[in-house]
Structures are given as C-alpha cells and as structure tokens.
Design a protein around this ligand. Structure first.
Ligand code: PAF
Length: 282
C-alpha cells in the first residue's frame, strides 16, 4: 500500500493505475476509521480494481465553535486498517497541500442545505463540497462510496458529480450499527459510558416512527413530537427530527405513496452530536 502526502504523488499512483486499465474506487474519509469505513472499503472492492482512501480532517467543514481541534486522529491505526483491508493507496495531505492562504472561489448550494444538518451547521456542506470537488479532480475516481449515515452529504455530492460532470459514479452504503443499534461514527468516541448506553435511543425513536408510518400513518408530525419529548426525557437535546423528501431534502408533512422519504434525526447527548436516519419508501 502506498501512502501519499502530496497531490503529485497520488496523481502519479492514479496515472499508473489508469494506464494499467484499473477501475478506481475511492472513499474520502476524515480518518478515525471504524467498521462503517471498513464496510465502505469492502463494498469498494466490488466496484473497482483498485481501492483508494483519502484521510483528511477538512478544516473547511468545521464551524468556528466545532470540534476541529479535538476530532479523533488515529493515523497509524488507520493506515494499518487500510492495509489489512486491501487498500491500494492512501492519500493523506496536510491542510497546506490542499488549501492555499487565499481562496477566491467557493461553491454555493441552493435549497439542498437549508434543512437537516445544513440548517444547523452553516457552511458545513460548502466546506464538504470544496474538499470533495478537489479530491474528485485530483483522483478522478470511476466510483466513489459514501455512507448512508450522512445521507444529506450523499445527495449533495451526487448533485456535485452530476452538475460539474465529474464522471464519477456514486454509491451509497447502508449504515453500520453496533449490536444495540447505535449508528457507528468516529464521534461516538466522545460519549461517556453512561451516554453510550443512552445513545441508541435515537435509532429506537426512528424505528418506532418508521413502524407507524409503514403501518399507514401518512402525517407523522404528532408521532414525531411525541418521540422528541421521549428523547428529551432521556437527556437528549433535539436538533431536528423529521421526515424529509429524499429528492429535495425539504421537510414533508404529508407522505404520498410512491415517494421516498428520509426519516432523520440529529440530537445532542452532552457534548456529542449524533445523527441517524432511515429511508422510507411510502
Ligand atoms: O463524510 C466525511 O467523512 C467527510 O464529510 C468527507 C466526505 C470525507 C469530506 O471531508
């Protein structure tokens, strides 16, 4: 496995892979790799001949009061996991390799970031698009894989690939969960042992709402409000909990048959922000 620190190095790896006719499957990450990332890597082997992973904690997607400085960094273990998982090359640039001091350009997003995580984290998805656009330009992957946990990210990056003609096929991989249902996330490392026991409550609430909706409830707002109160009683602070259109990412009050919705929530448990979602075909 090659570890590349510079754009020049990874470009030369990509060039020789492409010259050998290899199809490149790419997984952008911020490191602190867990079973969720490993499931992306396993899936990537089904889509390409060479799997490339980037590890870069992207400063542009953190707000001024967010956890950029404390975000878990486990570079050596990450490399080991990638090696064991058959990754061909890791691209791990420093911030100065990707960003010059002055940026004159940025990518604006209309509508798709108004709600869900975009609603509560201004600049978050612009920062993600900035880095993913760069990574796609540097690596020019045939396929790129992302987790369903960040479904709004997936939908916005899908538009990026389409509207900016990246020619990269996007694959969304289902959420990996702990035995008790908690969606795996690098940020779960922040949870105290008490909080860790409470944390699966978010997924249970989503499952409860899903069950009612699958049973025919087409206006779930009362149900959702009830689950919000239940979660608050358990110590969660609600950022959002709602049903959203998969296509437009706007909140939806009345579900219509034949449409696909995201039942999604973001909550705080102490200092940890947890997100989770379930896709519903109504
Ligand atoms: O999902 C992530 O880990 C990040 O948002 C990504 C896609 C690697 C961009 O920094």
């Amino acid at each position: 496995m090659q570890t590349c620190r510079t754009i020049e190095e990874i470009r030369s790896v990509v060039k020789s892979l492409k010259m050998a006719g290899k199809k490149i499957a790419f997984i952008p990450t911020m490191g602190a790799l867990h079973e969720g990332h490993l499931s992306l890597i396993r899936e990537a082997h089904q889509h390409g001949d060479a799997v490339l992973v980037s590890i870069f904690v992207n400063p542009e997607q953190f707000g001024p009061n967010e956890d950029y400085d404390t975000y878990p960094r486990e570079f050596e273990q990450d490399l080991e996991k990638c090696r064991d998982a058959g990754v061909k090359a890791v691209f791990a640039p420093g911030p100065e390799e990707l960003y010059s001091d002055k940026k004159y350009l940025k990518i604006d997003i209309s509508d798709l970031n108004r709600h869900m995580c975009g609603g509560s984290r201004p600049g978050f998805f612009e920062g993600i698009l900035l880095v993913v656009n760069k990574l796609f330009n540097i690596i020019e992957p045939d396929v790129a894989l992302f987790g369903q946990k960040d479904i709004q990210q997936f939908q916005i990056i899908r538009r990026l690939a389409e509207e900016f003609n990246h020619g990269t096929e996007l694959v969304m991989v289902p959420i990996s969960r702990a035995n008790d249902g908690l969606a795996l996330s690098s940020r779960n490392a922040y949870l105290s042992s008490e909080e860790r026991k409470t944390a699966p409550g978010l997924y249970r609430s989503l499952q409860y709402i899903e069950k009612q909706v699958n049973g025919g409830v087409d206006t779930p707002s009362l149900l959702i409000n009830h689950q919000k109160s239940e979660l608050e009683a358990k110590g969660f602070k609600i950022d959002y909990l709602n049903t959203f259109s998969l296509k437009t990412l706007q909140p939806v009050k009345t579900l219509e048959s034949g449409e696909t919705y995201i039942l999604a929530g973001a909550v705080w448990l102490g200092k940890t922000r947890l997100i989770d979602n379930i896709l519903i075909e109504f």
